[in-house]
Design a protein around this ligand. Structure first.
Ligand SMILES: CC(C)(COP(=O)(O)OP(=O)(O)OC[C@H]1O[C@@H](n2cnc3c(N)ncnc32)[C@H](O)[C@@H]1OP(=O)(O)O)[C@@H](O)C(=O)NCCC(=O)NCCS
Length: 144
């Protein structure tokens, strides 16, 4: 499956539209937190495309810009079309994103987060050599 590295997602209007649309679908289906923002366009992207150039999945990532995340690349969104799942696309894209991240000598670690029920993503993260390192606890505030 051909993979394409896009340095700045917003520079590729078609890819940006595909990523933003897939994010909305994934959020509606409960794969992404309901209250998080979509892609800004400033992210890097690994795009998987069919032999005809049709997008079938993506990984977005960026250098985290926060004092608690010095040297960290954050893998933000991971998505593979339903028709192309369990074919190694997610793993190939993630391995490529990690290779890009690690080619920067200032990068000391690569992180991602996923919802606690998303076992597929947790399995995939372990497959590419990542280990679970923390658990986030959330208490929703309901008003009115
Ligand atoms: C999670 C997702 C990206 C996996 O992509 P994929 O291309 O199907 O994954 P791969 O075929 O590369 O599989 C790699 C590994 O992931 C794990 N995995 C993938 N699908 C799985 C499933 N349905 N059940 C359990 N483990 C799964 C396995 O460990 C697999 O390795 P193995 O085949 O050697 O056992 C894909 O299911 C997806 O897009 N899901 C919806 C969006 C989503 O959940 N994104 C992550 C939000 S943070």
């Amino acid at each position: 499956m051909p993979l394409r590295h896009i340095e700045t997602l917003a520079d590729d209007a078609h890819a940006f539209a595909y990523v933003a649309g897939s994010f909305e679908l994934g959020r509606a289906l409960g794969f992404f937190p309901k209250d998080r923002a979509g892609p800004s366009g400033g992210e890097q992207c690994i795009l998987a495309e069919s032999e005809f150039g049709v997008p079938v999945g993506f990984v977005t990532f960026y250098r985290a810009d926060h004092p608690n995340y010095v040297g960290c690349v954050w893998i933000d969104l991971v998505w593979v079309e339903k028709t192309h799942r369990r074919m190694g696309v997610g793993r190939a894209m993630l391995e490529r994103a990690i290779a890009v991240a690690e080619s920067d000598p200032e990068v000391t670690r690569v992180e991602l987060g996923t919802l606690s029920h998303n076992m597929r993503m947790q399995n995939l993260a372990r497959r590419v050599g990542m280990q679970a390192s923390r658990i986030d606890f959330v208490r929703e505030v309901h008003r009115g």
